[in-house]
Design a protein. Structure first.
Ligand code: PSU
Ligand code: MN
Length: 305
């Protein structure tokens, strides 16, 4: 059996004419936000990229076909779907082989983007090392993917539901370049700073594109993580979030939530406990990342090999 890939017309056109593209994940739509805000977010993100003169490619598996770019109808179907698989590196191929439908995480989106020749990908937050990982061993496959697959990922750092110092340590061990954009402090998703210093800093999209090209010239296989701080007006102070995160994490433990259910459970509880404020912030930061992703894609297009 062979892999079925379907490119949307706009993605196919951009590829033919060597115009810049930005990949987008779909787990953020199916498992990261509630309906109908998820669909509104996904369309706004795509339009933000189009407004910058770049083509968006939202990636998902629909009935065993890998879609690179979705139509408005396909996007809506996915946003409304109930029992969609959450696909990472481990289960991506099995879903395609069985004709299933699934949303791609950061890891699976990187694999698909690379296959489609797309070098940059914008999202909200990446998976990382969970709190208590020293006993649960819960470390997202996103981290290893960043060390393997040559795609530059723009995110707003990682959520404070994760153990951020350990996440940065693992990224360093795996040899993943971690840049913060326009500041030294590593951002914490809903908050501009986490109290940690990022290993690298970039102030222009051009620097990020050049570092991406230089890695390839060194023969290094992986990608890069660009941590772009949430815009000031959308930020939620860490003091406000700390007790909410503590509560959500305790509930996950009490209810024996494990494995790939952990992240969606925590996101949903934090949404409820902040009365929707976390969602507004999440949407603002994804749009901000889409803008930066589009700028990096334009710079990469100038230096395309
Ligand atoms: N973090 C977020 N929002 C998300 C996710 C993570 O702030 O939607 C999703 C992404 O798709 C990410 C995945 O790749 O969760 C990580 O899941 P896990 O921790 O199970 O690897
Ligand atoms: Mn996990």
């Amino acid at each position: 059996m062979s892999l079925n890939i379907k490119y949307s017309p706009e993605v196919s056109d951009a590829k033919t004419n060597k115009r810049p593209l930005v990949a987008l994940e779909s787990t953020i739509i199916t498992h990261g936000m509630p309906w109908p805000d998820n669909l509104a977010m996904a369309s706004r993100v795509e339009n933000t990229i189009r407004d910058a003169g770049v083509t968006p490619a939202t990636i998902a598996v629909l009935d065993g076909t890998l879609h690179i770019g979705l139509s408005a109808e396909e996007l809506e179907r996915l946003a409304q779907a109930k029992e969609v698989a959450k696909l990472s590196r481990a289960d991506f191929a099995a879903c395609l082989a069985s004709g299933g439908t699934g949303a791609t995480t950061v890891a699976a989106t990187m694999i698909a983007a690379h296959l489609a020749g797309i070098e940059v990908f914008a999202t909200g937050g990446i998976g990382g090392v969970h709190k208590g990982a020293e006993t649960s061993f819960d470390i997202s496959a996103d981290l290893r993917e960043l060390s393997e697959t040559p795609v530059t990922v723009v995110a707003a750092g990682a959520k404070a539901i994760l153990d951020l110092p350990k996440t940065l340590e693992v990224l360093e061990t795996l040899g993943v370049p971690v840049f913060t954009y326009g500041q030294h402090a590593f951002p914490a998703f809903w908050s501009q700073t986490s109290g940690l210093k990022a290993p690298l800093r970039a102030d222009t999209p051009g620097e990020i594109a050049q570092a991406h090209r230089m890695r390839a010239q060194l023969g290094l296989p992986g990608g890069q993580l660009v941590a772009n701080p949430i815009p000031t007006e959308a930020e939620i102070p860490p003091e406000t979030l700390a007790p909410i995160i503590a509560q959500a994490t305790a509930e996950a433990e009490a209810q024996d939530i494990t494995g790939k259910d952990v992240t969606p459970f925590l996101l949903q509880r934090i949404f409820e406990l902040t009365e929707g404020r976390s969602l507004e912030a999440n949407i603002a930061l994804v749009l901000n990342n889409a803008r930066l992703g589009a700028q990096i894609a334009q710079e990469l297009a100038i230096s395309a090999p």
